[in-house]
Design a protein around this ligand. Structure first.
Ligand code: GLN
Length: 485
């Protein structure tokens, strides 16, 4: 089945003339029509746009002049990336009918590379959550077990790739929202270094943490997509002027002698024993491949979650102030005056988790509490960064679990703190601005995927991906498919 192919295998077919981008786009659209009613990965599907883009790609491949190594590849994007003329909801009622007048830089880059946009994927409202249950529209289901969540907040993108409803996808990661759903859906999910990828046109949650990255069926595909979206953008002053290497070419190098740090603090109390066993076994595999594993300590790990839940809500409370019924999105009817209009709009438009974050953030930033909460959290953030700096003086890559637990059932985590704890092992990476990737490292007895996380030095995605690729090649976990029609 063409929808089961990796991006690199699909493009190989385009090159040989064995398949066309139009055939691939149609196969994906058919599969979405057949399977997405049970997975519910997409908020919006864009068949006309996809088929038009695919037809143009057909002509380029026929002429032997593809725009890029991923020309004609069908891709899905999280519904917080602005797409000109295509509704961008951010999983929220307040943006339910918002149609952006421009494309995000990553969308422009994907289209300049010839890719085919299949649609926009479901997510937790404003990317706040770890299960995609906080979407204002519906919950996405985990393709490995439809009774379970796909993780979040980019759960729609993870589920789409796992269920072969897209060849690859984009998500965003503020505290784990690419890596945690990648672990839960058994996909490869890469959060690049802060500044590696332009955030222009990404609906902002916490601007000092947000970063866009790919979901893919294997590491090569993630590297291919990263190459296209990476690089300096004059429209995002935080995007870094660091050249993007040919990540795919780097993958071939062996990992012999690579120093791997295993942080003791990442094997937390209460962790699922099946997760721990798979991750420990993965480290043995890496050693057999010539990696030199050694224990390391990241002592501030315990405080990272608390610091994140001050910094991220603080930034969110400021970023979300713009949804006041005046310029963006919906406006409540029947208001007495402008204050009443804005307060009614926000009361009706935001869901409970978003309101909780706005209140937390506003409180943390208020006069009299600013130093005690926000100021302190910023100091902890510096310590987290220093822990990693010290570790990377000794090791090249850090290897750890992505999440402490397996995918949970819908409705299982009603207490907000229980939900927040999903990201204990991903959040420190965002606080430090580092790159991280999750790859499949096995399955629980019940058949649920388990994620292995690699963490790298700033802008060293190449080494990170190389280690992940070597592991993937040695084990072949990526070939197992979820039990769907
Ligand atoms: N689950 C975390 C939160 O709710 C991280 C979300 C994200 O990375 N966007 O804040």
């Amino acid at each position: 089945m063409i929808t089961q192919l990796t991006v690199h295998a699909l493009v190989e077919q385009f090159r040989r003339g064995a398949a066309t981008p139009s055939a691939a786009a149609r196969a994906y659209l058919d599969r979405i029509a057949a399977v997405d009613p049970s997975v519910r990965a997409y908020i919006t599907v864009t068949p006309e746009r996809a088929l038009a883009a695919a037809a143009a790609a057909d002509a380029r491949w026929r002429a032997g002049r593809p725009l890029s190594p991923i020309d004609g590849v069908p891709i899905a994007v999280k519904d917080l990336l602005c797409t000109k003329g295509v509704r961008t909801t951010c999983g929220s009622r307040i943006l339910e009918h918002f149609v952006p007048p421009y494309d995000a830089t990553v969308i422009e880059r994907l289209e300049a590379a010839g890719t085919v946009l299949l649609g926009k994927t479901n997510m937790d409202e404003f990317a706040m959550g770890s299960s995609t249950e906080h979407s204002a529209f519906f919950a996405t289901r985990n393709p490995w077990d439809l009774a379970r969540v796909p993780g979040g907040s980019s759960g729609g993108s993870g589920a789409a790739v796992a269920a072969d409803l897209a060849a690859a996808a984009l998500g965003s990661d503020t505290g784990g929202s690419i890596r945690q759903p990648a672990a839960f859906t058994g996909t490869v999910g890469l959060k690049p270094t802060y500044g590696r990828v332009s955030r222009y046109g990404l609906v902002a949650f916490a601007s000092s943490l947000d970063q866009i990255g790919p979901f893919a069926k294997d590491v090569i595909d993630a590297a291919l997509v990263l190459r296209v979206i990476a690089g300096r953008d004059p429209l995002d002053s935080t995007s870094a002027d660091v050249p993007a290497p040919d990540f795919v070419a780097e993958l071939g190098r062996p990992i012999e002698g690579l120093r791997l740090g295993v942080p003791q603090e990442y094997f937390v109390e209460g962790m699922d024993p099946e997760v721990e066993a798979s991750v420990r076994e993965a480290i043995e595999v890496l050693k057999r491949l010539g990696g030199r594993a050694e224990p390391i300590s990241l002592p501030t790990t315990d405080y990272a979650l608390a610091a994140y839940y001050l910094i991220a809500p603080a930034e969110a409370s400021s970023n979300l102030a713009r949804y006041d019924g005046v310029k963006y999105g919906s406006r409540a009817a029947g208001a007495r005056d402008v204050i009443d209009m804005s307060s009614k709009t926000r009361a009706q438009g935001f869901g409970p988790e978003v309101k909780r974050r706005i209140m937390l953030g506003t409180y943390a930033l208020s006069a009299g509490y600013y130093e005690a909460y926000y100021g302190k959290a910023q100091k902890v953030r510096t310590l987290v960064r220093r822990d990693f700096d010290a570790a990377f003086a000794r090791v090249d890559v850090i290897v750890a679990p992505t999440t402490p637990n397996l995918p949970f059932k819908h409705g299982e985590k009603e207490d907000p703190l229980a939900m927040y704890l999903n990201d204990v092992l991903t959040i420190p990476v965002n606080l430090a601005g580092l790159p991280g990737v999750s790859v499949r490292c096995g399955f629980s007895l019940a058949g649920l995927p388990i994620g292995l996380q690699f963490i790298g030095r700033p802008f060293d995605e190449a080494t990170l991906l190389r280690a992940a690729h070597a592991y993937e090649q040695a084990t072949g976990w990526q070939t197992r498919r979820p039990p769907l029609p």
